[in-house]
Unconditional design. Structure first.
Lengths: 253, 367, 75
């Protein structure tokens, strides 16, 4: 069969979601952010929620998320996304409201906002990208940086006496009664991508059904920060990140 | 001052803080987000008591911090909602990041600061030492905040309403800068009439930039203060500066007492202006031709008015509950034409009329 | 078992040559080109077109949403 016969709209099985526009993403080659953005675009399209979605962008690499997905966005101060989302959802209870945050944003500077939004059981979804490093500012140590992991502010590897242990925010948040769904996923394989899509869809449905706070942690890579190729980063993540941040549901009510 | 109060013009007795809460509900406020701090906690307490979510649908939320409060205000304002917060000096310091973001994202909102003495944890007694923080921009970047300075419980109510109108007219955060006296003092007040909250259709019409969900027929709305390119950031700054010039042109408010024949003018805002009215009375009784100007808006400042008076008076005295902050703006307005002196008390001390009159004589008349 | 034949179209100007699609492809169809796009990336392309089964593994893991996949069922 000729290739031109195959490349025909009738045979289309995968294309970029409509909610995602053509602006080239600024992320480094192989960055997990792009995959998660794409999933969000697919789900909003599938759920037909473009006109009902308000998303909150963080400070960090994903600060520009609003450039790529054609939905209404608010760009928050560093760490404050859950506070913005709280007010948006309280004032527009029939909307889908989600935050998109990295580990520095959610687990360091925004710890208070994250914990209290979750504890109040705000009907929002939180997408938490955990790659154990500050990507945007050039690879500094994050609260989720692994012990021994090198970063520009832990050049000899993270050590407990000076920097403490990696902070497992998702485990903490799962303890809170206001939280209805907590899961930890990744996007390094096709199977993982499909599971993450289901998880984010569930979190969005929970927001629409006003069931409480949902958290989808996506354990991710940062090839530039980790100083590895994207493929090696995936392998390193499976070997080193997964034991500290294991895959699967922590709570599903 | 507006006379469009409720039809029966019923006079009520309440604290300034309580008046803010009542006025907020009545003017169609959509959301209040706050954190307790003395001497303004009655604002949130009154709202919780009144339960407006059962009547107008207004949301009232006790946040985990002032940082969270101001960012909740940002989220609500981004949806075209009438949102407000209130706090006192140390709490307002914590909000400065959020205020700068609100200004940068061109979001309207109302912040009430019931000032107390500082720096640091300070005292819970009244102060005006947050003038610089408010009027000169306490957060980072080139921004201004419309600032209303109420001097009575009535004005606590009226300024709350006015602040929302100005905030939306100019898409800018607006501050009601009160102090611990007006917050705590009980006085008679006629509350403003009820205005319904905006419907979603009205929000779409009045604030087309609001994030309510993107319909098929418009581009995404993005609430944002980030401009990575310097030229774009300068463009945003130029837009803001042009707006501030408009505000300076259109919105200056002040009150004058006995200024027509005055040889000396006292400049004082908020509750201190009321003390200085007594000073004018005492001075006049002694034959001193003294008048008073009370700026009602601190930004925009009544610069032109003071400049005019400077052409004929012998001197001006700025009286404040601070180490001397507004006095700098008075001096800028007067531009060296006549001596401008300062008298103030700090740390929560309220000056008496006698000591102000004494200062006027010592610093200006004898000199 | 039904056999499938597929084809992918890479938006070469959006591709950053991260290689993740190449790794994800179960039938070794994709490879990075020796040519570079306008931004200097060695973009992904079908080096072994005959083997494509249209599974879309490449597109699923593509962070830049630059792969479109087509698939037909062979009779």
């Amino acid at each position: 069969m000729n290739i031109s016969e195959i490349i025909n709209p009738a045979n289309l099985v995968y294309e970029k979601p409509n909610v995602m526009n053509d602006t080239p993403m600024h992320y480094c080659p192989g960055c997990s952010h792009g995959v998660v953005h794409k999933l969000i675009g697919e789900i909003i399209g599938d759920m037909n929620m473009q006109d009902k979605t308000i998303a909150i962008a963080p400070v960090g690499c994903a600060v520009f998320a609003y450039q790529y997905l054609d939905i209404d966005w608010q760009q928050a101060a560093h760490g404050r996304a859950p506070a913005l989302a709280t007010a948006v959802k309280r004032l527009l209870p029939d909307r889908l409201v989600f935050t998109y945050q990295g580990d520095g944003d959610l687990a360091a500077i925004g710890t208070a906002e994250t914990i209290h939004a979750c504890n109040r059981g705000e009907n929002i979804a939180i997408i938490f990208i955990n790659n154990g490093i500050y990507g945007m500012t050039g690879g500094q140590m994050a609260p989720t940086t692994l012990l021994g992991m090198k970063s520009s502010t832990s050049p000899n590897g993270r050590e407990v006496p000076t920097a403490g242990h990696p902070l497992n925010m998702t485990n903490l948040l799962a303890q809170l009664k206001g939280v209805c769904y907590v899961t930890r996923q990744a996007v390094h394989t096709v199977a993982a991508v499909k599971k993450t899509k289901k998880a984010i869809q569930k979190a969005f449905e929970n927001s629409m059904q006003n069931k409480g706070t949902s958290i989808v942690e996506v354990v991710s890579t940062c090839s530039s920060g980790w100083k590895m190729t994207p493929a090696d980063s995936n392998d390193w993540m499976v070997e080193n990140m997964f034991p500290e941040f294991p895959m699967g549901d922590l709570k599903n009510e | 001052m507006s006379n469009e109060h409720n039809k029966d013009n019923e006079i009520k007795l309440m604290k300034g803080n309580e008046a803010v809460a009542h006025a907020a509900i009545r003017c169609g406020c959509d959301g209040y987000f706050g954190y307790p701090i003395t001497p303004q906690s009655e604002i949130m307490e009154t709202l919780m008591e009144l339960e407006p979510w059962k009547t107008t649908g207004m949301v009232v939320l006790q946040a985990e911090s002032e940082t969270a409060s101001i960012n909740m205000v940002y989220g609500a304002a981004g949806c075209g909602k009438k949102a407000m917060t209130s706090s006192s000096s140390p709490g307002v310091s914590l909000m400065q990041e959020g205020i700068s973001y609100l200004a940068g994202a061109e979001l309207p909102c109302v912040i009430v600061n019931v000032m107390r003495g500082g720096p640091g944890l300070g005292t819970i007694q009244p102060s005006q030492a947050d003038y610089f923080q408010t009027v000169k921009g306490g957060g980072h970047g080139d921004y201004k905040m419309i600032t209303l300075a109420p001097a009575s419980v009535q004005e606590m109510a009226d300024h709350t309403v006015m602040a929302f109108d100005l905030a939306f007219k100019y898409r800018t955060p607006t501050m009601v800068l009160a102090d611990g006296i007006i917050g705590q003092m009980m006085e008679k007040v006629v509350l403003p009439p009820y205005k319904p909250r905006w419907t979603e259709e009205e929000i779409k019409k009045n604030t087309p930039w609001a994030t309510l969900g993107k319909p098929a027929d418009r581009k995404p709305n993005v609430i944002n203060s980030l401009r990575l390119e310097a030229i774009d950031m300068e463009k945003l700054n130029l837009t803001l500066q042009a707006r501030y010039r408009e505000i300076e042109k259109n919105e200056v408010l002040f009150e004058e007492f006995d200024c027509d024949d005055a040889e000396y003018i006292i400049v004082a805002f908020g509750v201190i202006a009321r003390i200085c009215q007594k000073v004018v009375e005492l001075g006049r009784a002694e034959g001193i031709k003294v008048g008073l100007i009370r700026p009602i808006t601190l930004f925009p400042f009544p610069t032109e008015k003071l400049k005019k008076h400077a052409e004929r008076v012998k001197g001006m005295l700025s009286v404040e509950m601070s180490a001397g902050q507004m006095v700098e703006d008075v001096r800028l307005a007067v531009n060296g034409k006549v001596p401008v002196e300062f008298y103030g008390r700090m740390g929560g001390i309220v000056p008496s009329p006698d000591e102000v009159l004494h200062a006027l004589k010592e610093k200006l008349i004898k000199a | 078992m039904a056999k499938f034949k597929g084809a992918v179209v890479v938006d070469i100007e959006h591709c950053k040559g991260c290689d993740l699609c190449v790794v994800a492809c179960p039938t070794t169809v994709l490879a990075l080109s020796l040519e570079a796009n306008a931004k200097g990336y060695n973009f992904s392309h079908m080096a072994n077109q005959e083997e494509c089964i249209g599974c879309a593994a490449c597109a699923n893991v593509c962070p830049d949403a630059c792969i479109t996949v087509y698939k037909v069922k062979l009779a």
